[in-house]
Design a protein around this ligand. Structure first.
Ligand code: PLP
Length: 417
């Protein structure tokens, strides 16, 4: 970034400090990851200069000789990797992708049924603060009060009662695998479109360590920047019969020109996600999550559903005598970055809920394995035991700094030990 350094030292300094922060701390935010150098370089390429409204062969601007090839390559790689009939790679991010699906299938006021936000659903699955809750009759299903898991009988009952035109399966904070076949049966019974939002676990699906929703869903949306480890963007995968409706909803329905630099970087990430080493990576993501979950459980932490079978876990800190926010702030001081999170049936407020969420995609990208997960559980335990002991937090931050130096993060290798 030499030219930025010359022209805008203020911004240069901020970006460099953020690089260092990402290198020196343990990132447990379940939706974050480290992209590779090839993905970073493509994101920062001259493709950012191009306008290409429309689709390959049907653009509204000239000069698309290479852009068409780039977009078609991204689409072909996504189709191959996920076995999808049709793919749209233009959504700017996960939220606009979901809004495009609603535009494709729904009219204002139609009923949608998604997972409740405080139970792990996403804002765009019908939360009142979101356009999805404002413009549609948004109904939600909740987790079972005793198991903390989805109860498909009660989802079915809810669907029969509210007759949704579209059902959303998918989450941002549910530590278990979804039963897509059961969702399909429920959708068929009530005549609903089934949309699966696999934003969080798309990388695991690509790596073959998580069931794929693609055979079951009418339409699958995903971000590309979470476990899939691509640039910030999104894709919509659907059956051929919905292809025209989806494409029209993305452009001109919701968006204008696609971000071609992102499209190209998605293609690069999809090539990476097709490799054997990415398969191994996703296996390790799941192994790391289960090792961390078991280690925390042994230390008396209360895990929602008792553990995890994907890349994330939710911990209820009520029995530890501090709130999720207090814990998250103390952990950040100690060099462990995560987010506070509501737990199912949380008695506390969303701005200071009872839990924290942790995920392993980012730490696995930098090479953490079982040994480091056990060390991490010790660090977390020490922080939660004395969250106000500034000396202890600083000491832990130093130990974490030393460990991180041995595991250079992708894209940040130049900052290694
Ligand atoms: C992250 C996420 C999104 C939205 O992605 P943005 O890119 O932040 O708009 C949508 N759905 C789910 C389930 C997510 O986890």
């Amino acid at each position: 970034m030499e030219s930025v350094k010359d022209f805008d030292p203020e911004m240069y300094s901020l970006v460099k400090q953020e690089e260092k922060r990402q290198a020196d701390k343990i990132r447990l935010i379940a939706s974050e990851n480290y992209v590779s150098k090839p993905v970073l370089e493509t994101t920062g390429s001259v493709l950012t200069n191009k306008y290409s409204e429309g689709y390959a062969g049907k653009r509204y601007y000239e000069g698309q000789q290479l852009i068409d090839q780039i977009e078609l390559l991204a689409i072909q790689r996504a189709k191959n990797l996920f076995g999808a009939e049709h793919v749209n790679v233009q959504p700017y991010s996960g939220s606009p992708a979901n809004i495009a699906v609603y535009l494709a299938f729904l009219n204002p006021g139609d009923t949608i049924l998604g997972m409740a936000l405080p139970h792990g659903g996403h804002l765009t699955h019908g939360a009142q603060a979101s356009i999805s809750g404002r413009y549609f009759n948004a109904q939600s299903y909740a987790l079972d009060g005793t198991t903390g898991r989805l109860n498909y009988d009660s989802i079915r009952e809810k669907a029969l009662a509210v007759k949704p035109k579209l059902i959303i399966a998918g989450h941002s904070a549910y530590p278990r695998i979804l039963d897509f076949e059961k969702f399909r049966l429920i959708a068929d019974e009530v005549g609903a479109i089934l949309m699966v939002d696999m934003a969080h676990f798309a990388g695991l699906v690509a790596g073959g360590v998580h069931p794929s929703p693609v055979p079951y869903a009418d339409v699958v949306t995903t971000t590309t920047h979470k476990s899939l480890r691509g640039p910030r963007g999104a894709m919509i995968l659907c059956k051929e019969k919905h292809a025209a409706a989806i494409d029209k909803a993305v452009f001109p329905g919701v968006q204008g020109g696609p971000h071609d630099n992102t499209t190209a970087a998605i293609a690069v990430a999809l090539k990476e996600a097709s490799t054997e080493s990415f398969k191994q990576y996703t296996k390790q993501v799941i192994k790391n999550a289960s090792v961390l979950a078991e280690a925390l459980a042994r230390k008396g932490f209360s895990l929602i559903t008792g553990g995890t079978d994907n890349h994330l876990m939710l911990v209820d800190l009520t029995n530890k005598g501090l709130s999720g926010k207090q814990a998250a702030k103390a952990l950040d001081k100690a060099g462990i970055v995560l987010n506070y999170n509501a737990v199912p049936f949380d008695k506390r407020k969303p701005f200071d809920p009872s839990g924290i969420r942790m995920g392993t995609p980012a730490v696995t990208s930098r090479g953490f394995k079982e040994t480091e997960m056990l060390q991490l559980s010790e660090f977390i335990d020490r922080v939660i035991q004395s969250p106000e002991d500034e000396d202890s937090l600083a000491q832990i931050a130093e130990e974490i700094f030393a460990i991180c130096a041995h595991f250079p993060a992708p894209g940040l290798e130049h900052l290694g030990a």
